[in-house]
Every structure is written in C-alpha cells, then in structure tokens.
Ligand binder design. Structure first.
Ligand code: NAP
Length: 316
C-alpha cells in the first residue's frame, strides 16, 4: 500500500483508509456481523489500510466498541480517527454537543469504548451552531495538550471555518463528502488543504455504494437501510445516475479493474494529502478498495471522469 502522512507531520497511513460506520449503523442492518467485521479490520491492517474511521454516534455508540475490539493488542499498528459533538435519537443526529464540557465527556467515553488511552485524530463531527467554534476547538486543543488526543479534524466545514480553527490550534484533517458524484469541496476546501498540508478525507467516496456498482435501483437496497430515504436513491435519481456509473464502468473495463477502484483512483489523483475512507463490511470489497492505490488512470480517463455531469438528488 502506498502511504502518506496524516497532516504534514503526522504518522504514516495507507493512502486508502477504512470507514467502519456501515459495520454498525445506517446501512443494511440485517447484513452486519461483528465477528466478520473484526476479520475485515484485521485484513485491512494486513493490507496497510491503517487509518480506521469511526464516530461515537455510529451504532449509536457500538461502532467504537467494535473497532476497539478489533484493534485490541494491535493499537500501535493503526491510526484511529473518531468524531464527537453530536447527539443521536429517534429523529436522527443533531449537532448540539459542542460545549467544552460535552466534548471532554465525549472524548473520555470514546477512549473507553475504543479501549485506548489516546485518539490519533478527533473530529468535530458537525460544528454546533450554538457554540463558537473557537470554544469547542479550544477545549479539544487542551485535550491534545493533556495527551488524550494527538491531532484534530473538522467535518463538513467551509474554508472560513478551517481558518478560524487554525487560529486556535492546527487542523490536521478535514472530512467532506467527496466522490465522482459529490464535488462541492474539491474546488475550495481541498486546494486549501493541499496548500496547508492538511489531510483531506473524502467520505462516502463510493457514492454510498452506487459508484461501485453495488445498487442500480431502490429495490437493490437492503431492508431497513437508511439510503432508502435519501433523495439520491429514488427510482428517478438512480435511473438518471446510472448513466454516470456507466462511464465509470467503461473506464474500469478499459483497465480491467473494478468500478470502486476507478472511483477511488480518481480521488487519489486530486492531491497528495487525500485519504479516501471507503466503507465496507466485506473482505472482498476491502481488498478491491485497497488495491485502488495501485491503479493509475491515464490523462484521458481523468478528463472523461472530470467531465461527468452532476448526479440527481442529494445524498443526505
Ligand atoms: N464525516 C461524516 O459526516 C461522515 C458521513 C458519512 C460517512 N463517513 C465515513 O465515511 C465512511 C465511508 O462512507 P460510506 O460508508 O457512507 O459510503 P461509501 O464508502 O461511499 O460506500 C459504502 C457502500 O459501498 C459498498 N462497497 C464498498 N466497497 C465496495 C466495492 N468494492 N464494491 C461494491 N460495493 C462496495 C458497501 O457495501 P457493504 O457495506 O455491503 O460492504 C456500502 O454499501 C463511513 O464508514 C464513515 O466512516 C463520515
């Protein structure tokens, strides 16, 4: 696996990471199995997929435990990324836990669930609109000083928010939804991250499975899956967006690789600090995704993929 650093000076990590959310949350509730997920994480480590991304609200609260179980005794082989600052209830996830005392409690709870005494990378999952960012970020900065956290990240933020945070404490990483489908952060946030040596971690890099060819119509989605409620997964949107996936398939066939590998290789071309975090609970998909780090697209492929139209429907 090719590597990069987390932020300009952080630990070395594989160019492809692993998102663990779907092992416990949101997607395919009947298809999950913790023992299999632990095996997938172990295989990831073997392949050099060392950046593992979770969050306290995934589960809720069980995904960090699963990751903790998988990395027990192997803590020094992985770089753990988790997130806090939100609460979760039957109505969804809410960005309302950004007060310093809430974040301090959240970090302690994450450390316990992960079974570790430090978190490599801690994200504010979404900025709490009722708390100045400087206050939340300042509280986390103190936890870096005390050794509970090594580095800090922001998720779904604007350039201005990154700059405000940087005035208080360095930003090591930014997560934004980014893929061949979702490009809004690629023109401003990503170039700024490249300039500043901030890791840019595209989340949902496979368009939540569609760009990998996993689903082409709503009926393909498993029972109880959250994607059934997303505008990008309606009959009309999926029928429209299949034309985009067809182009990805054409490029994949040209190289004898998978669709997911094309989608990830295109993201890797966007910058040297880009670390996509595709999510999967299957060894087969994990291996495909890890191998994307070795796929080289031609200038012609990249131009063809760059020119793809916007998909129909929001993905949240
Ligand atoms: N910061 C944030 O707000 C935020 C938001 C969302 C997600 N995230 C992070 O980003 C990670 C990834 O995002 P995501 O899981 O939403 O979307 P994704 O990685 O774009 O897609 C995941 C879906 O693609 C399928 N898949 C994965 N690899 C495949 C392959 N090679 N071939 C065919 N299908 C494949 C998975 O199937 P199986 O599950 O069946 O294996 C799953 O259904 C999450 O796990 C989480 O850590 C962060």
């Amino acid at each position: 696996m090719r590597t990069t650093t987390l932020g300009a000076n952080g630990p070395e990590v594989g160019r492809i990471g692993l998102g663990t959310m779907g092992m416990s949350f949101g997607y395919d509730p009947n298809g999950r199995d913790d023992d299999t997920s632990v095996q997938v994480i172990h295989r990831a480590i073997e392949l050099g997929v060392t950046l593992l991304d979770t969050a306290d609200v995934y589960g809720p609260f069980t995904n960090e435990e699963l990751v903790g179980r998988a990395v027990a005794g192997r803590r020094d082989e992985v770089v753990l990324s988790t997130k806090g600052g939100q609460t979760v209830d039957d109505n969804g996830i809410h960005p309302n836990a950004g007060r310093p005392e809430q974040l301090r409690d959240a970090v302690d709870a994450s450390l316990k669930r992960l079974g570790t005494d430090f978190i490599d990378l801690y994200f504010i999952h979404r900025i709490d609109p009722s708390v100045p960012l400087e206050e939340s970020w300042g509280a986390l900065s103190e936890l870096v000083s005390s050794g509970k956290i090594r580095a800090l990240g922001l998720s779904e933020v604007s350039l201005e928010e990154i700059r405000r945070a940087e005035a208080v404490h360095p930003v090591a990483a930014v997560q934004s939804e980014a893929s061949l489908f979702t490009r809004r952060s690629l023109t401003d946030v990503l170039p700024y991250c490249e300039e500043r040596g901030i890791s840019f971690m595209p989340y949902s890099p496979l368009g939540r499975g569609v760009l990998a060819g996993a689903f082409s119509k709503p009926a393909d989605l498993p029972d109880g899956d959250w994607r059934k409620f997303m505008p990008r997964f309606t009959e009309e949107a999926m029928a429209h967006n299949n034309a985009i996936v067809d182009v990805v398939r054409t490029v994949a066939e040209r190289h004898g690789v998978t669709l997911s590998q094309v989608a990830l290789a295109w993201l890797l071309e966007q910058g040297r600090y880009v670390i996509p975090i595709p999510g999967t609970k299957r060894t087969k998909y994990l291996q495909d995704n890890a191998a994307a780090a070795e796929v080289r697209l031609t200038a012609e492929d990249i131009a063809e993929l760059d020119a793809l139209p916007e998909p129909l429907g929001a993905s949240e």
